[in-house]
Design a protein around this ligand. Structure first.
Ligand SMILES: Cc1cc2nc3c(=O)[nH]c(=O)nc-3n(C[C@H](O)[C@H](O)[C@H](O)COP(=O)(O)OP(=O)(O)OC[C@H]3O[C@@H](n4cnc5c(N)ncnc54)[C@H](O)[C@@H]3O)c2cc1C
Length: 437
């Protein structure tokens, strides 16, 4: 049903996702037969976006793993036929690894966002309110704003055009556009989102920006939109004061000491503990829950919070069955205190969690670390083998990273060996042999 006041809204846009691992695996299974058509179809922006996988909310929360998505398509198709899809999944890992080694870019973004919000007065404030309500007057932009709010998803090409129009035609601060995306995207992610907005603006690769063009929009939307004469197609890239972008060495990954009584903590950054290096460990209990503190300053939309809430509940019940221990839903109003009380109640000396990358959950884990230390409880953050091996390669551009990733893709697991993080070593071994370049 068309919603009043949302011009151009596509009735056949993709509906809300079911936030469970089973739904993610079902989505992956239904995409696999079409994966060979991905390189041909992926740029077409026509709802319900059948040319792309729409796996991002599942990958973002690690309800399914990058490795699983890659292995599934390689298992079903010749390597060359699905190379484009594999590369796109690797972009996710690349952005993560890039930001992990430059966490100051996220901190700078949050500072700048606060300043830009405070500085939004007069007509700029009106233009901003119109843009996020889908009333800018540019039909394609308004349709994408509405689609984003209603579905929590936008096609990659639409994200690029939207960000470009936001920055170069509407002349709004990029930080606020990135925050608008984070508020509504079910896959909203500090690394992919912040760095993609910076890339469109010309801040990531200095001086190289992405300009949305009316002809290009018309071609890839099958003529649904043609904003001829409405876009600034000549704008110059944004500039900013120099930022320290030298990559910092990643801290070493920590292994839990399993002679110590331990509890397992889940966060929505990684919700597949049964397929991780932790899967064979013994815990006294498992806990997880949404944390309202994470929302501070981000103003997340209810469907985004609900997606995480339900996904955490799904992971808790899988973990309870897998580890055969009681699960505990943490109070989201005071997550820190609730986690502290759970760990003390279990009488554990160690709380183990899968690493949360740069972002709000990382900050909360830093705070939890200090709280638990007062009770003599250690917080151990285990980094996945995938991240351990691939992230360090994200020091320069994507293409050297991709080579690094293909080399490292079979990781420390010889073909045939059973590593719980490597669902299909045989197939991933064949990816590792790829003559990338
Ligand atoms: C301005 C802007 C903001 C973005 N913000 C986010 C974000 O917050 N979260 C997010 O997950 N992605 C973000 N992206 C990347 C990309 O648009 C989405 O990952 C993709 O559209 C998700 O749809 P899909 O699952 O159908 O992708 P598919 O095309 O089917 O690709 C498969 C998977 O590969 C990964 N992938 C594909 N393209 C990219 C990319 N360019 N960068 C990183 N990973 C990619 C995703 O995990 C995706 O699920 C952003 C892109 C732009 C231009």
């Amino acid at each position: 049903m068309r919603r009043p006041g949302w011009p151009g809204h596509a009735d056949d846009a993709p509906r809300a996702e079911t936030p469970t691992r089973a739904a993610g695996l079902a989505r992956l299974a239904s995409f696999v037969p079409h994966a060979a058509a991905y390189s041909r179809e992926r740029n077409r922006v026509v709802p319900p976006h059948d040319g792309v996988s729409r796996l991002s909310p599942y990958l973002r929360h690690r309800l399914i793993l990058e490795r699983e998505a890659i292995a599934a398509v390689l298992d079903a198709h010749p390597r060359d036929a699905v190379d484009k899809f594999v590369s796109e999944v690797l972009w996710r890992t690349y952005w993560k690894g890039w930001l992990e080694q430059r966490p100051q870019v996220w901190d700078t973004y949050l500072d700048q966002l606060r300043r830009d919000r405070d500085g939004l007065v007069g007509t700029a404030s009106t233009h901003y309110a119109e843009a996020i309500a889908g009333r800018s007057g540019i039909a394609c932009f308004d349709a994408w704003a509405s689609e984003l709010i209603e579905t929590g998803y936008l096609h990659n090409h639409a994200r690029m055009w939207f960000a470009s129009i936001w920055i170069f035609t509407l002349r709004l601060p990029w930080t606020l556009g990135a925050a608008f995306f984070l508020r509504h995207l079910l896959d909203g992610d500090p690394a992919s989102n912040t760095l993609s907005w910076r890339w469109v603006a010309g801040l990531h690769t200095r001086g190289k920006h992405y300009l949305a063009r009316a002809e290009n929009i018309a071609r890839h939307t099958d003529g649904r939109f043609y904003p001829q004469g409405e876009l600034d197609e000549q704008a110059l890239p944004l500039t900013e004061p120099p930022l320290d972008l030298l990559p910092r060495a990643l801290p070493a990954s920590v292994e839990p000491d399993m002679d110590t009584p331990s509890g397992l903590l889940l966060t929505p950054e990684d919700l597949a503990p049964e397929i991780s290096r932790l899967s064979r460990l013994a815990f006294r209990g498992v806990a997880g829950g949404w944390d309202e503190g994470v929302e501070d300053g981000l103003d997340l939309a209810p469907p985004v919070v609900d997606f995480s809430r339900i996904a955490i509940a799904d992971a808790l019940s899988r973990a309870e069955a897998h580890f055969a221990v009681p699960s505990h839903a943490l109070d989201e109003g005071d997550w820190l205190a609730a986690t502290e009380a759970w760990a003390c109640g279990l009488a554990v000396r160690q709380v183990v969690t899968l690493e949360a990358p740069v972002g709000r959950w990382r900050e909360r884990l830093d705070q939890l670390d200090a709280r638990l230390a007062k009770h003599g409880i250690a917080l151990v953050r285990a980094r996945r083998t995938w991240d351990n091996r691939l992230w360090p390669g994200a020091t320069r551009g994507f293409f050297p990273f991709r080579e690094h990733a293909y080399r490292q893709a079979h990781l420390d697991c010889p073909p045939g060996a059973a590593d719980p993080e490597l669902p299909n070593p045989k197939v991933v071994q064949s990816a590792a042999d790829h003559p990338s370049g």
